[in-house]
Design a protein around this ligand. Structure first.
Ligand code: FDP
Length: 336
């Protein structure tokens, strides 16, 4: 816990002042995402008491059943960013196409991509959920961005982060100057700095993967996961499994304590399940900024060429030594 009482808005304003080259308004944009997070957290807290659990009966662009809370969280983002000074375009997991906010142009130069409610299978059983966001700057100063401008590589992000709705609500972000975590103090409705300059251990003792998919994996992925279970006290094995079904919660655990999260490609689905632009890229930047590593198994996530808004990518993320080792297995360079 930080020694000082520092709110998210004061902290981001101080960071912004220290690096004016980042461009104005990023601090206010992060603050607005924090507000969205408070509203979503409030809905989640009351979800069992009002009629917002279950599905809407619709299927989203990903072919997934839309939960009522997915839709509510997405709407909250739309309301918070329409007619605002913050962003000129937004894209979401829940929307087939981006929304261009010409009314905010030219004042707003940033574009926001997000997964409004990550881990939505957890909604109906009071388990952790998250929101993931990625911010990029519009390339053109003198013209409104087009829909294609939202498709960018991870190295172009200017801010990235997530909200974790667990026992407490946390806001974790990076703008390329380390990773900082804030915990929502519900009594006063403020995020207070609780985890300054998070560093991920170089190696951990935990792995997170949906092992029900074992028979769909490549031989290298199978061998790696088997290797983590070998009885070898000196090497710190076997590792423990921790998998909540919420990417944000699983990566957050690893960010703080070390280890590895995998959502690998599968034999008949080599692209994996997770989305590059608003899931893998922001989490990859966060983990790299904390000293960890994020890979597809064969290359750095942040360098994957973005071709489509809802592009999927395999994700192997966590402690640098663990991810390096996983890559060796996946690439067939290591047998045991
Ligand atoms: P969900 O589809 O429930 O929104 O974002 C995708 C995601 O959740 C991640 O949060 C989670 O880690 C993963 O999918 C869970 O997928 P499996 O059910 O296939 O394990």
């Amino acid at each position: 816990m930080s020694q000082f009482l520092l709110t998210l808005s004061r902290f981001t304003a101080q960071k912004q002042a220290a690096s004016p080259e980042a461009g104005g308004g990023l601090d206010r944009l992060l603050d607005q995402i924090g507000l969205v997070g408070k509203l979503i957290a409030q809905d989640l807290r009351r979800a069992g008491l009002i009629d917002i659990l279950g599905t809407t009966g619709e299927v989203n662009i990903q072919g997934e059943t839309v939960k009522k809370l997915d839709e509510i969280a997405n709407e909250t983002f739309l309301k918070a960013f329409h007619q605002s000074e913050h962003v000129c375009a937004i894209a979401s997991e829940e929307m087939e196409k981006p929304v261009l906010l010409s009314e905010n142009w030219p004042q707003a130069q940033y574009m926001l991509l997000f997964d409004p409610l990550d881990g939505s299978s957890n909604t109906d059983c009071n388990m952790p959920l998250g929101t993931i966001f990625s911010v990029v700057k519009s390339k053109h100063r003198d013209q409104m961005p087009t829909m294609d401008d939202l498709i960018h590589n991870g190295t172009e992000q200017v801010a990235a982060g997530y909200l974790l709705y667990g026992a407490s609500t946390m806001f974790v972000y990076t703008t390329g100057q380390g990773v900082h975590g804030f915990t929502l103090e519900p009594g006063i409705g403020e995020y207070l700095l609780s985890h300054e300059r998070i560093r991920i251990p170089a190696r951990g003792k935990v792995y997170g993967v949906n092992e029900g998919n074992y028979h769909k994996w490549s031989a290298g992925t199978k061998k790696y996961v088997e290797y983590l279970k070998v009885q070898d006290k000196k090497a710190g094995k076997p590792y423990s499994v921790r998998y909540s079904g919420c990417l944000v919660a699983d990566v957050h655990r690893i960010l703080l304590g070390g280890g590895i999260y995998l959502y690998p490609g599968e034999l008949d689905k080599p692209e994996g399940k997770l989305r590059l632009l608003y899931e893998a890229n922001p989490l990859a930047w966060i983990v790299e900024q904390a000293g960890g590593k994020a890979s597809t198994g064969v290359m750095r996530i942040l360098e994957v060429e973005a071709k489509q808004l809802h592009q999927r990518v395999p994700l192997i993320i966590g402690s640098a030594n663990d991810v390096y080792e996983a890559e060796e297995f996946i690439q067939g360079k290591c047998e045991s």
